[in-house]
Design a protein around this ligand. Structure first.
Ligand code: ADP
Ligand code: TMP
Ligand code: ASP
Length: 237
């Protein structure tokens, strides 16, 4: 497989085309961003840590029967993926109240959410990823009702698999964001699953072990990501 020109440089990853029109290379950079790109910093080792973390999680999800774009690791910071037509809608499941839910509804952080909630956000930094719903997605052509139903079902299936995986590592999967795309007509999980796009708390101390450490300036960001990985069995070297 030959790596060709860069297609897109996002806030944390760069995307390269290959000689196969159906395959892309994702390069995980050390760049870290929050608040729709307003806060930015390069954190040493982050690209490697998230690339290997993501590979591990995508493998677990594939084993559980969830179709993902992941094809394999290429290097410490790169992986091969199926080229998807990305759907610009982010799916968020929450098991515990935190972040924007608390700000929006005045709910206390840490409250258990039963059943878990499901929210949709438009992937649009300029508009600060506004919350949307199925009706808006259909009317504006961001996704069809059938695609949304499939994305929702898959997002909840991911919750079953990952809640248990993190529980076994003495952590609480508080919430997470998933992105999907279409590959030859099928809805497939794309982008990444790493501590950049989810919240994870230590089950006993409730210490934050995810990107909230960066958002809130708590320090020890990558050390926390590595500790999460270590607890679930990710090999970083
Ligand atoms: P952002 O665009 O949010 O700044 P990143 O820096 O992570 O995000 O850039 C990665 C980009 O690649 C994102 O826009 C994401 O939607 C897109 N992407 C992820 N997986 C795939 C895929 N399999 N096919 C096509 N695009 C993808
Ligand atoms: P929120 O509390 O800011 O709405 O985020 C919920 C979860 O989804 C949290 O783990 C962060 C993740 N998320 C992203 O990673 N990127 C996004 O653009 C959004 C909207 C959420
Ligand atoms: N992922 C988004 C960003 O990097 C939102 C966030 O994490 O706060 O800006």
């Amino acid at each position: 497989m030959e790596k060709r020109e860069a297609l897109y440089a996002g806030k944390a990853k760069s995307v390269y085309v290959t000689d196969d029109p159906d395959r892309l290379i994702l390069h995980f950079r050390d760049d870290t961003s929050a608040f729709d790109g307003q806060k930015k910093e390069a954190l040493a080792r982050k690209g490697m840590v998230n690339n290997k973390f993501n590979a591990f999680i995508m493998g677990k999800l594939e084993e559980a029967g969830i179709p993902t774009h992941f094809d394999g690791l290429l290097s410490d910071t790169e992986c091969m993926v199926k080229k998807l037509d990305m759907i610009p809608v982010e799916c968020v499941v929450r098991n515990v109240a935190a972040g924007s839910l608390c700000r929006r509804l005045g709910v206390e952080e840490g409250r258990e959410l039963t059943p878990p909630t499901f929210e949709l956000f438009l992937k649009n930094d300029e508009q600060h990823d506004p919350m949307i719903n199925e009706s808006l997605a259909e009317t504006f052509g961001w996704a069809t009702p059938e695609q949304l139903a499939e994305m929702k079902a898959l997002t909840f299936k991911v919750n079953v698999v990952l809640k248990q995986l993190f529980k076994d590592g003495d952590m609480l999967l508080v919430d997470y964001k998933l992105e999907f795309g279409v590959f030859h007509g099928q809805i497939v999980l794309g982008d990444e699953f790493s501590p950049d796009g989810c919240r994870l708390w230590d089950a006993n101390t409730r210490e934050k072990m995810d990107k909230d450490r960066f958002r809130q300036g708590l320090g020890g960001v990558i050390e926390a990501y590595e500790e999460v990985g270590r607890r679930i069995g990710v090999a970083f070297d």
